[in-house]
Design a binder for this molecule. Sequence first.
Ligand SMILES: NC(=O)c1ccc[n+]([C@@H]2O[C@H](COP(=O)([O-])OP(=O)(O)OC[C@H]3O[C@@H](n4cnc5c(N)ncnc54)[C@H](OP(=O)(O)O)[C@@H]3O)[C@@H](O)[C@H]2O)c1
Length: 273
Amino acid sequence: MSEMMKALHRRRTTSRHIYKIALFGATGKTGSLFLEKALRNNHTITCFVRNKEKLERQVSKYKREVKERAKQYLTIIECDIFDPAAVGKGLSGINVVLSTLNFHRRNNKGWNIDLYQKWMKMIVEVMAERDVFNIIALMSWYTDDKGSEIKGGLSGCGARFFLRHLIGHVLEDMNAAVEVLEKSENLHWNTIHAPGLRKGDRLEKTIISNASDRVQAIIDKYPFYKTRYHTMRFADVACYLLDVIENKVNLPENRKIAISYQHNLAEPEFNTL
Ligand SMILES: NC(=O)c1ccc[n+]([C@@H]2O[C@H](COP(=O)([O-])OP(=O)(O)OC[C@H]3O[C@@H](n4cnc5c(N)ncnc54)[C@H](OP(=O)(O)O)[C@@H]3O)[C@@H](O)[C@H]2O)c1
């Protein structure tokens, strides 16, 4: 069991064997699915959102038994999620912070692409003040250098172009956010890096996790690389995040983790954990 999970176990509320989870990004595609599943599993959730009504509407569409649980176990805090004072008030007694935030340009104005690192700096400081020690953040593709070292024909060229020119600015911001975690003290953290995500029911395929980038390995092995080798369902990722919190998945602590399905073409050797 990782140190992070040992710490979670020590801190969980023993009466109902559940965790107190602070969720950021609850109104998003992954966050909304995570929230529903976490309520089903009897966890207590505090959601920090910028629009309470939006989350209330979302919860009203959950199944009846989940809505009933929400009445008791869901707290919604409407605030500026970058405001340490507002966030701090809701963090007391929390076991683990989960971010499924997505600072896309379509939902955030401004020229600077720095919201991941800004938010991470803020939350790390507030967690230290409130004695909260565990954080998990869902992020995009695992790459330290925007894929600039990727080699290999057309597939390699396509992956390089995508990672550098289409999402490179976001990856840089995310990597800076990871650096904030790496420099932090006394925190148990994992960033979970998913490739492209799609809507739809769970595929319930085995999810493999690596503490390193898998893109080059797949391109090397399969020159006719297709994005479907990487693409996952939001629903599966939401469940995976809950599995990590519930200690059903054992991850090395304080590491970036790349996840993907174990598809027919992927060999077990890719799973380096
Ligand atoms: N979508 C993909 O294809 C994909 C692929 C790979 C990895 N990922 C990663 O997975 C994570 C979650 O992505 P997603 O697609 O599930 O997210 P999403 O559906 O785009 O939702 C984003 C969430 O972040 C919240 N948010 C954004 N800016 C905010 C702000 N300034 N203040 C407060 N809340 C804010 C949104 O709140 P509002 O509802 O108020 O806007 C929403 O709850 C991200 O890190 C993303 O990079 C996504």
